[in-house]
Design a protein around this ligand. Structure first.
Ligand SMILES: [Zn+2]
Length: 278
């Protein structure tokens, strides 16, 4: 699943390939917008959070968001694609190469100033990989965009707070920082928020090198992720079986260790004397 580090890796790969290349052909659903970019040169390739911007020398940019299932492929001109044409979102053709994006969630041609504008106007929070992280600013944005009775997990995923964290990192950050998956914003202070996002930034940066995603760096072969995708398997810290459930704003799959991340609050649906399983 593409996360902020994935998009930076794609941008790092594409930037030198596409730099100053003339666009021989550009195919996407909005044909008239695409036509404006054919014959132009690529001036830059930039990742912002989970968005990839391929900028052209006419002040326009191709913005893509891969969502859950999108991917970029590069093929030598005329080579057979690994996915059916029906899944095509964008094909950008240069002399000799085809850069093909399949199953993107969003693709559009935007004006480059409006890209900057969106960032300035807060549609995207600071990029956890590219920007210097100010914990105070991130905490303030978290309070602004996520209500007190909403989940900390939702703040981690909200790209307006800070951009880059996807669903895999969400579960693993909560594990590393030992927050129960149902922890609400009202239960965390600004230091907690700053710590979670600092951990996220560190994990995203450590994963820029390529290869599989790693949140657990023990190197003992037991697992490269702490909890994500490990439903019913033993916790790598305490052997308790990992639990999983869909939760939060978007009902995203969430994994946690019921022992390492025991709830401390007495939420209304739990008898405070009983608490949560420890
Ligand atoms: Zn555990």
């Amino acid at each position: 699943m593409p996360e902020g580090d994935t998009i930076h890796k794609i941008a790092n790969f594409l930037a030198p390939c596409l730099d100053q290349q003339p666009v021989v052909d550009l195919r996407l659903a909005d044909v008239s917008a695409a036509r404006k970019c054919i014959g132009r040169r690529v001036s830059d390739v930039v990742a912002r959070g989970k968005h990839l911007f391929i900028e052209f020398d006419n002040g326009l940019a191709l913005r893509s968001h891969l969502g859950m299932h999108g991917s970029w492929h590069r093929y030598p001109g005329g080579a057979e694609w690994q996915r059916p044409r029906a899944q095509l979102s964008v094909a950008l053709v240069t002399a000799g190469w085809e850069y093909v994006c399949f199953n993107a969630k969003e693709v559009e041609i935007v004006r480059i100033p409006s890209v900057r504008e969106r960032i300035v106007h807060g549609r995207l929070g600071p990029d956890l990989i590219a920007d210097r992280i100010d914990p105070g600013i991130i905490a303030r944005r978290a309070r602004e965009f996520v209500e007190a009775d909403e989940l900390l997990a939702d703040a981690l995923l909200d790209q307006r707070v800070a951009s880059g964290i996807g669903n895999v990192y969400k579960s693993d950050i909560l594990f590393i920082e030992r927050f129960a998956p149902d922890t609400r914003m009202a239960e965390v202070d600004d230091d907690d928020l700053g710590r979670c996002f600092a951990t996220a930034a560190e994990l995203l940066r450590r994963n820029l090198g390529g290869g599989r995603r790693v949140t657990r760096f023990e190197g003992d072969g037991a697992g490269s992720l702490w909890v994500y995708g490990r439903g019913d398997l033993p916790c790598l810290r305490c052997d308790t079986p990992i639990a999983s459930r869909r939760l939060g704003r978007h009902h995203r799959g969430t994994y946690w260790c019921p022992s390492c991340q025991a709830s401390t609050d007495a939420s209304p649906d739990v008898d405070p004397k009983e608490g949560r399983p420890a």
